[in-house]
Write a protein that binds this ligand. Sequence first.
Ligand code: SF4
Length: 67
Amino acid sequence: MGNRIRVYVDKNKCIGSTTCIYYAAQTFTLDSEGKSTVVNVDGNDSNKIQEAADSCPINAITIVKDE
Ligand code: SF4
């Protein structure tokens, strides 16, 4: 019940495509350098966040599940 997740964006890889924001707009936003950043790990359903991670063209998003 309610497994926690942690979400990381590798800003060295991020190309600012905004694809993750399309899938999980309450979780990711672009920072002032045009790189995705996590604003709220509970912003979207975890399956939406997973979709966002899967959709990232350069796999910059890592999700860690705390069992
Ligand atoms: S989908 Fe990937 S490359 Fe695009 S903004 Fe998000 S983290 Fe960056």
